[in-house]
Ligand binder design. Structure first.
Ligand SMILES: NC(=O)C1=CN([C@@H]2O[C@H](COP(=O)(O)OP(=O)(O)OC[C@H]3O[C@@H](n4cnc5c(N)ncnc54)[C@H](OP(=O)(O)O)[C@@H]3O)[C@@H](O)[C@H]2O)C=CC1
Ligand SMILES: CC(=O)[C@@H](O)[C@H](O)COP(=O)(O)O
Ligand SMILES: [Mn+2]
Length: 379
């Protein structure tokens, strides 16, 4: 029986993690759950899974839900509540599925208390990858990727000698606007941007996918997870999202991981590794699909990916600034305050103003994050 805690249990990854639990109730026990503001769903989850601890975004929400959850479930709130859920139970594994760099503190707390991490929250590694990885190594904690591309790479590397890896390729669907020219992007709406062609995901990552920021974050995430140079990490447009990513070895062999686009597969693998278990995902039939398509990535069409590579190579606080600017810009786009193309303008302007700090500590990262957010919110 594996005991798990979920940070972001009411979101896309959180609810699919609970689907995996439902598929294998004899294998998993839910110890703790954290959410932001979706109290109805959190109450439902608390009643169903009877966790020892839950947390919501604010004290008001905690007071509101307390009378409605099981007697054995303690209610916490805010960033301290998130840390309590991450580190304050007997959970073996914490699935980090909150959205944004708000997940950093609780991920570090989980690592500090020796929990294995099922990492969906890529912004944490983008913001402070060197600190997260260093602390995980020091604590002997595994960080198991949930992100589909990174799970694919992790699976392809299983049993391989890491020194024989020539490079990896992350596949990208191209997002909601992959058929549009930059000219046509001037007119797009929030509603259209939220229609991802292959995956059903939360709103922030769906916009990130359309701007190609998501792939930029994933390149940086791969750098930290697999210890690869940026020159060894490539991105390929693959509209069907069937090949989830692949590894090329020094003998020119390529090992890829394929499957229908269903996040329950990588989520489950992160929870059962090194074992596998049956999954409700639809089986892949290449015969039915017939053809797969690939296109070289066009950095002029998707400048956010170029900026992500530049920040990753620069290191220091550059990736923190990139991430923070993007989080604010996407939130503003979702509130319909700015146009779609303004997202990349804001990121570029924040990076232009950014003063890089090498090998930053957590305080310097927090300062960069705050400054970048402040600037991004007024541009
Ligand atoms: N969705 C996907 O398929 C994939 C997602 N990821 C990554 O996983 C992460 C989660 O994405 P996704 O599930 O799509 O996002 P969603 O927006 O669907 O869910 C986010 C979750 O985080 C919670 N949350 C947000 N802010 C806070 C906060 N301050 N304190 C506590 N909880 C908070 C939300 O709670 P509430 O709703 O109650 O407010 C919700 O449960 C992201 O980093 C994303 O990049 C990676 C690969 C695939
Ligand atoms: C499911 C998943 O892992 C997402 O991060 C996905 O990668 C988004 O798709 P694209 O970024 O390729 O559009
Ligand atoms: Mn992904």
């Amino acid at each position: 029986m594996k005991k798990i805690a979920i940070l972001g249990s009411t979101g896309s990854i959180g609810t699919q993690t609970l689907d995996v639990v439902d598929m294998h109730p004899e294998h998993f026990q839910v110890e703790a759950l954290a959410a932001g503001g979706n109290t109805d769903l959190l109450i439902e989850q608390a009643r169903r899974y009877q966790p020892k601890k839950i947390s919501v975004g604010s004290k008001e929400l905690a007071d509101k839900i307390a009378p409605h959850v099981p007697a054995g479930t303690k209610v916490y709130y805010g960033s301290e509540g998130l840390i309590e859920v991450a580190a304050g139970t007997d959970a073996d594994t914490v699935v980090t599925a909150v959205v944004g760099s708000v997940g950093l503190e609780s991920t570090l707390a989980a690592i500090e208390s020796g929990k294995q991490i099922g990492l969906a929250n890529k912004e944490t590694l983008v913001t402070a990858g060197h600190i997260v990885m260093e602390r995980a190594v020091a604590k002997g904690v595994s960080i198991l990727p949930v992100d589909s591309e990174h799970s694919a790479i992790f699976q392809c590397l299983n049993g391989e000698n890491r020194s024989s890896v020539a490079g990896i390729t992350l596949t990208a669907s191209g997002g909601s606007f992959r058929h549009l020219t930059r000219e046509q992007l001037q007119q797009v709406t929030v509603e259209d941007a939220l229609k991802h062609p292959n995956w059903s995901m939360g709103s922030k990552i769906t916009i990130d996918s359309a701007t190609m920021v998501n792939k930029g974050l994933e390149v940086i995430e791969a750098h930290w997870l697999f210890g690869l140079d940026y020159e060894q990490i490539d991105v390929l447009l693959h509209p069907e999202s069937i090949i989830h990513s692949y590894v090329e070895f020094e003998d020119t062999s390529i090992i890829a991981q394929l499957g229908t686009p269903d996040m329950r597969v990588p989520i489950q693998y992160a929870l059962t590794y090194p074992d596998r278990m049956p999954s409700p995902a639809k089986r892949l039939s290449l015969a039915q699909i017939g053809q797969l398509h690939f296109r070289e990535m066009d950095m002029d069409r998707f400048p956010c990916l170029r900026m992500a590579y530049e920040c990753g190579k620069m290191g220091g606080t550059a990736t923190t600034a990139f991430n923070a600017a993007n989080e604010v810009a996407v939130a503003r786009f979702l509130r319909k305050e700015i146009s779609f193309l303004k997202i990349e303008d804001i990121i570029a302007s924040v990076l232009e103003a950014h003063q890089n700090v090498d090998n930053p500590d957590l305080e310097q990262i927090a300062a960069c994050d705050q400054d970048s957010r402040k600037l991004a919110s007024v541009l």
